[in-house]
Design a protein around this ligand. Structure first.
Ligand code: HEC
Length: 133
């Protein structure tokens, strides 16, 4: 009986892996393969934002859909929610990511553009992703 239970558990795990959809919906954490092939758009932006060696935004922020990922949200910064409603233009949003010190000289948010932590293209993609939250 125990062996059968193990077998069932094993099969479920294998089926679970097979079910990872290649094109994750917005807010879901896309798998590594999807991230590697996503060169543009919201998904690519989300991949960069949640890459620990790139944006690592979740170190300080929660964001819409994070509960559907395995990521743990930080609470040093405000939750990134309803971004489009709060930012009438992407320009102001981009400036926040490029150089947060413009708006708060004592900010702890990394100056992603100013210190070249991210490239212009990476920031553009992150802004697209932010606008979808
Ligand atoms: C080390 C912590 C930290 C990291 C990492 C960080 N932020 Fe922030 N962020 C903050 C804090 C704190 C604020 C609040 C404003 C301030 O103090 O400058 C903020 C504010 C913001 C705001 C404006 C607040 C709002 O909801 O309108 C946006 C947008 C934002 N961050 C996006 C990002 C993105 C995108 C990333 C990743 C590329 C990121 N942040 C990474 C700490 C961080």
């Amino acid at each position: 009986m125990k062996r059968i239970a193990h077998l069932i558990a094993g099969t479920t795990i294998i089926l679970g892996i097979a079910h990872v959809s290649p094109a994750a919906a917005v807010g879901e954490m896309p798998d590594k393969q999807t991230c590697a092939s996503a060169k543009s758009g919201i998904i690519a932006g989300g991949c960069i934002a949640t890459d620990r060696e790139k944006g690592n935004c979740m170190a300080c922020h929660s964001f819409t859909g994070i509960e559907r990922t395995r990521l743990q949200a930080g609470n040093i910064g405000p939750p990134l929610v309803a971004v489009k409603a709060r930012y009438p233009s992407q320009k102001r949003l981009r400036e926040q990511v490029v150089d947060a010190s413009q708006f708060n000289p004592h900010t702890v948010m990394p100056l992603f553009g100013k210190y070249r932590i991210l490239t212009d293209n990476e920031i553009d993609l992150i802004v697209q992703w932010l606008y979808s939250l």
